[in-house]
Structures are given as structure tokens and as C-alpha cells.
Design a protein around this ligand. Structure first.
Ligand SMILES: [Zn+2]
Length: 383
């Protein structure tokens, strides 16, 4: 991405080559999110089948978990395989959670969840005793969705061949997954790698996590939309508002709004275009307006990009990674986001770790969550 960063170094041991990938057993990946429930049968990064459903309003575990079981069965049927053929199930879910106990605490976007013993529930459901057989217990692994996506990029995507990698995903929120010496950094109870909640501006506004001036508060899709809507409310956004109205008119006339492939929900256009008086500006609209040259929109994107740059400097100084992999819908904004971010990185990073790092875009795209979930099985079972 940046010509200044050194060329890729020779791969180290630890990552899988393509030949090894073909010999991997089949696994099930489940990607549980506030917007979608997805299940897939996979081999490495290859999706053999994929089932996706909207999560819907009712996220209570007693209603949602049986739907996941159905989605898994559907994915198995579509792949023309059975549970007996799979090596394990990896589940990526929003944190906080502890992968060692498989307990999911209270994810903000999953109302009704409070200390859900997700791994135990799955083990119970997939217990061989339930089937009356004597097969071995199917192994179940639960992991924070950003850690899982990072692991997917590490084993099968942009982080292949390195042993120190940081994954940063920027969409509605900002998450991270850190690999040090080939291992996911978990911390004392599983919450390490919350890169979105590092402080960038100690005088900044209050983040939903309780801290102030977090990267997520300054540079997420939600933040970009918030800055735009605040400027409009303060009477500074006439041009942006007109652009949004025109865009909305376009949608009402039945034209499909072009959404980025990743993370359309949250980062892209939200809600029904019903009210022409006060369109709710989304990050995707700000991005389009910036591309059309509207100064306010450009300033908002540049501001977010510089915050991301500062975050990357911190990440490089703390972890000295070989590769930083950037995922999530916001990173699809291209040069207008990456240029200011990389400029800050060049200006502010110590030379030795700067020379060692490559900053690249994620490769697994919209299936990062599913591939990452499946990757949990390979990682924890050391396949
Ligand atoms: Zn925060």
C-alpha cells in the first residue's frame, strides 16, 4: 500500500502453505453478530456452504441459539456432509467474553445476553450422548469476533507467513486482534486487543466504553456519521445536507444505493428513506460527499484518518508487528482515508519498528468473520 514500507520478508514457520490448506479437515464456522447470524462449512478459507440470516430484534439467547443450531444444520445439508465429518465448531461473537471458559458476558449489541455459557450450551447440544452414539465429543471454540477475524487473516489472509501481526477492523465500531509470536494475545480474562478503545485524545468526548477520546469515538463509521450530523445540527453542513438529500431522492426514485461490499449495515446507508426534511447522514454518505469534493465531508474523513494514523503509531510502538492488517467497511474508503493515516505513521513512528512493518488491507473481505471462526478450530486443535 505504501511504497515506503519494505517489501515482504521471507515467510516464517507457523503459517500454512496452500498445499497444507488442502489437507485441512472440514470445520464449521459460526459468525454471530448484531446484524447477521452466519454459519458455514469450511476448509481453510474455502467456504463449502454458507447460511446467513438477519439476527432480528429478538436477540435473547433462548431464541437466538436454537436458530444458530438450525443454521448449522442447514449449512451441513447444503455442504452434503454431516457432523461426524467435521473436526470442530468455531464461534465468533461480539465480546467481552472469555474464550477459556466460553462464557459470553454482555455484548452491547446483543441485548438479553448476560454471562451466557455459550460453549457449554453448544457442547450439550452436540453431545454424542444426545445422538445415542459413542462418537467423540465435538470440540467447540468461542472467541471474540475481532480476534477470530485477525486469526483468519493470520492463517489464511493478509497475515500469512508472519508471526507478529496486528489486525485492526474499522466499521461501526473498531476492534482488534493481536498475534504475538504466533499466539493470539488474550490477556488476564480475554479482553486484550481492544485497539478501538486506546486513548487518542485525552480531552476527547466520552466513548460508549466509559473512556474518553478513544480511537473508536474519533474514527469509527459511527463517529464519522456523528460528526456530520453534529455539523449539520450546528448549521455548518448546508452543502453536505443538500448532497444527502439528492442521494436520498435518488434512492426514493428506486435506484439502488451502492454499498461497499463489507459491513453495509452500520457503515452504509441505514433506515428507510422516508423523511426528506432531515436525512440521517451515514458514514457512507460522508464518504461519497468527500469523493464529490464537499469540504466538510473531506475534513471529517481527514480527521478520522489522522486519528487512525495516531492509533497505528501506537500499535507499531507497542507491538513492533511485521504486518498490520486493516479490515472493516471504513478502510474501503481508499486513498482519502489511507493517505492522511500513512502520512502520520511516516512522520511519527520510530525508525526501527517503522522499517519492519507493512500496513496492508485485509484479504478475506466479507467472509473474514466466518473464516476466522473456522480458523479457531485449526488454531486451538493445532492442525
Ligand atoms: Zn472507548
Amino acid at each position: 500500500m505504501s511504497e515506503e514500507t519494505p517489501a515482504m520478508r521471507a515467510p516464517l514457520a507457523g503459517a500454512l502453505t496452500n498445499n497444507e490448506t488442502q489437507n485441512l479437515p472440514v470445520v464449521i464456522g459460526v459468525d454471530l453478530g448484531g446484524t447477521q447470524i452466519r454459519a458455514a462449512v469450511l476448509r481453510g478459507a474455502e467456504l463449502i456452504s454458507r447460511v446467513a440470516q438477519l439476527t432480528g430484534e429478538d436477540t435473547a439467547p433462548e431464541h437466538l441459539i436454537p436458530r444458530i443450531f438450525n443454521a448449522i444444520q442447514q449449512a451441513l445439508d447444503e455442504a452434503r456432509t454431516t457432523l461426524e465429518q467435521v473436526a470442530g465448531i468455531g464461534i465468533a461473537t461480539p465480546g467481552p467474553l472469555d474464550h477459556r471458559t466460553g462464557i459470553v458476558y454482555a455484548p452491547p449489541n446483543m441485548p438479553g445476553w448476560d454471562r451466557v455459557p455459550l460453549r457449554d450450551i453448544f457442547e450439550q447440544h452436540f453431545s454424542p450422548a444426545n445422538k445415542g452414539g459413542d462418537a467423540a465429543q465435538l470440540r467447540i471454540f468461542v472467541e471474540n469476533d475481532a480476534h477470530a477475524a485477525g486469526l483468519g487473516e493470520y492463517l489464511f489472509g493478509a497475515g500469512r507467513g508472519c508471526s507478529n501481526m496486528v489486525y485492526l477492523t474499522i466499521s461501526t465500531g473498531i476492534g482488534g486482534g493481536v498475534i504475538v509470536d504466533g499466539k493470539i494475545v488474550e490477556g488476564a480474562n480475554g479482553t486484550a486487543g481492544e485497539l478501538g478503545h486506546m486513548t487518542i485524545d485525552r480531552h476527547g468526548g466520552r466513548c460508549r466504553c466509559g473512556n474518553y477520546g478513544c480511537l473508536e469515538y474519533l474514527a469509527s463509521g459511527t463517529a464519522i456519521a456523528r460528526y456530520a450530523n453534529e455539523a449539520i445540527a450546528a448549521g455548518q453542513g448546508v452543502e453536505l445536507l443538500e448532497f444527502a438529500r439528492a442521494l436520498q431522492q435518488h434512492v426514493q426514485e428506486g435506484n439502488e444505493l451502492e454499498l461497499p461490499a463489507h459491513e453495509a449495515a452500520g457503515v452504509g446507508y441505514e433506515g428507510s428513506p422516508g423523511n426528506l426534511e432531515a436525512p440521517r447522514i451515514t458514514a457512507h454518505m460522508v464518504s461519497q460527499a468527500a469523493q464529490a469534493g464537499i469540504p466538510l465531508a473531506r475534513a471529517i474523513i481527514t480527521n478520522a484518518a489522522e486519528a487512525i494514523g495516531v492509533g497505528l503509531v501506537n500499535v507499531i510502538h507497542i507491538f513492533n508487528p511485521q504486518v498490520i492488517v486493516l479490515g472493516g467497511g471504513v478502510t474501503q474508503m481508499g486513498t482519502m482515508l489511507m493517505e492522511p493515516a500513512l502520512r502520520i505513521v511516516q512522520e511519527r513512528t520510530m525508525k526501527v519498528p517503522l522499517d519492519a512493518v507493512r500496513i496492508v488491507l485485509a484479504e478475506l473481505g466479507r467472509n473474514a468473520g466466518l473464516v476466522g471462526a473456522g480458523a479457531l478450530v485449526y488454531y486451538y486443535m493445532q492442525m
